[in-house]
Design a binder for this molecule. Structure first.
Ligand code: NAD
Length: 475
């Protein structure tokens, strides 16, 4: 009797290799020198670029399935972003990798000194669900450019994108050097038990601590790209209509689920009334009077986050509803929502919102705004909307944040020369462009002193008075 299809061992999907086998395979490839040649690195980057442009439609479909992203948003903030990162890297990689000569002190002459970058080995990239392809692939660009093998662990909360990455990456890239391991907490925990040479984690700080504790067992260096409450300070003299449009765009992009989204508005004095009105207009301009019908408005990732957001909306001290609040659990729709006169101690002000709710907190002046910010965890980004150079200088000098941007949220990510990363509770380490190369390689010090002459004899024992006199002159 023929074996039923589902029982035919030849046709059943192959079981995923165990994490230790995957990591051992990659480590062997690294040890064999497979990833070191510059030609290999560039070929991988070009293949990744081709994949992202040729399979753009499939990425857009997966991102729509996971987060309701529009095709334009998917291209701009996910695949297109990574393509730009690859182009920038390919343009500058030769220069970034060039050894750098450094001067040698006279006392050591003749000698030459230089720094060289060497790859770290096999790295682990753990990514979250909110930009599920960009946050897996942008670090991968740096890891490959620096000549590493990489294991990618996409978020299980964006299952369509995770499956697509698992299907396409091993075909487009060298499967001996790049692997995708899908799964949630058990799979990530099993991976964290393996030996990696760097762990690059993007997500929340609670899991960040789990990652760092696991890494500490082998002294593995970590990058932690975390989140937090990024404030948008708005001063009365600023162009409030433009400020509101940009804040609304930065906040409600991806239904507020962006790590750099303005979390709340700190409105100074009378700016509070103006920004409230202009935010309502901006939301209507972008998403219409019925945002649920807009093809450009995303959805909350899952029921758990949806319930969490509704809990924040209903919390005490949540202020006055200016616009939004409509919701539908079945479709995970939560309208772009603005709250005014919010109590600084309200639940919505206690944790990162990470959804389409924008509280406005009123403060009397810039001193109070700065005091408000510095009394809390250092944010991933701080945004200032002001016409005053003096206020800009004060915000720069008197606050600390991963990034500081005036006039526009989120856009600092797209400047390839700027490092991206947090400080304090918002993260550890940085990447993008040349900064990714710093993260994923070791800068090795190399000193080369010829053996022909040996003036160093003056420092060798025995330390006679004449040697000592000479040493005092040169050292
Ligand atoms: P998530 O739930 O997808 O978790 C991130 C990753 O950690 C996933 O791959 C997941 O499988 C893994 N994980 C979850 N629990 C784990 C555990 N107990 N042990 C080991 N691994 C575990 O994403 P998230 O944390 O909800 O992401 C949202 C947070 O990430 C927000 O705080 C946001 O601000 C932050 N974020 C930061 C950046 C940045 O670049 N700085 C970018 C995006 C998101």
């Amino acid at each position: 009797m023929p074996t039923p299809l589902s029982k035919n061992p030849d046709l059943a999907p192959l079981p995923a290799p165990a994490p230790d086998e995957t990591v051992a395979r990659l480590r062997a490839a690294f040890a064999a020198g497979r990833t070191r040649p510059l030609s290999w690195r560039k070929a991988q980057l070009r293949s990744l670029r081709a994949l992202l442009t040729e399979r753009q439609t499939e990425f857009a479909a997966a991102l729509h399935a996971d987060l309701g992203k529009s095709a334009t948003e998917a291209r701009l903030t996910e695949t297109g972003f990574v393509v730009h990162e690859i182009d920038h890297t390919l343009r500058h990689l030769d220069r970034w990798l060039r050894p750098r000569r450094v001067p040698v002190p006279l006392s050591l002459a003749p000698a030459r000194a230089r720094t060289v970058r060497e790859p770290l080995g096999t790295v682990l990239i753990i990514s979250p669900w909110n930009y599920p392809s960009m946050l897996a692939l942008a670090p991968l660009v740096g890891a490959l450019a620096a000549g590493n093998c990489a294991v990618i662990k996409p978020s299980e909360l964006a299952p369509a994108t995770s499956a697509l990455l698992a299907e396409l990456l091993p075909r487009a890239l060298d499967p001996e050097a790049v692997a995708v391991v899908e799964g949630g907490v058990p799979e990530t925990t099993a991976l964290l038990e393996q030996h990696f040479d760097h762990i690059f984690y993007t997500g929340n700080g609670t899991v960040g601590r789990v990652v760092m504790a696991a890494a500490a067992r082998r002294l593995t260096p970590v990058t932690l790209e975390l989140g937090g409450k990024s404030p948008a300070v708005v001063e009365p003299g600023a162009d409030l209509a433009t400020a509101a449009r940009r804040i609304a765009w930065g906040k409600f992009l991806n239904a507020g689920q962006s790590c750099t989204a303005p979390d709340y508005v700190l409105a100074i004095g009378e700016a509070a009334d103006g920004i409230e009105r202009h935010l309502t207009d901006a939301i209507r301009e972008m998403y219409g009077t019925e945002p649920s019908a807009s093809a450009d408005y995303g959805r909350v990732v899952n029921g758990r986050h949806f319930d969490r957001l509704l809990g924040l909306l209903d919390g005490d001290g949540g202020g006055r509803l200016v616009t939004g609040g409509e919701h539908d659990r079945a479709t995970r729709y939560l309208a772009p929502t603005v709250l005014a006169d919010v109590d600084p101690d309200a639940p919505v002000m206690r944790e990162e919102i990470f959804g389409p709710i924008l509280p406005i907190v009123r403060v009397p002046d810039l001193d109070a705004a700065i005091a408000f910010i510095t009394a809390r965890d250092k944010p991933l980004a701080l945004y200032g909307f002001t016409a005053s150079r003096h206020s800009k200088r004060r915000l720069a000098a008197e606050t600390s944040s991963g990034a500081l941007a005036f006039g526009v949220p989120n856009a600092h990510l797209t400047v390839p020369g700027l490092p991206f990363g947090g400080v304090g509770e918002s993260g550890l380490g940085r990447y993008h462009g040349a900064h990714s190369l710093d993260t994923f390689s070791h800068t090795k010090a190399v000193l080369d002193k010829p053996l022909l002459l040996d003036p160093l004899r003056v420092v060798y024992p025995p330390h006679t008075p004449w040697k000592d006199r000479l040493l005092r002159r040169i050292l």
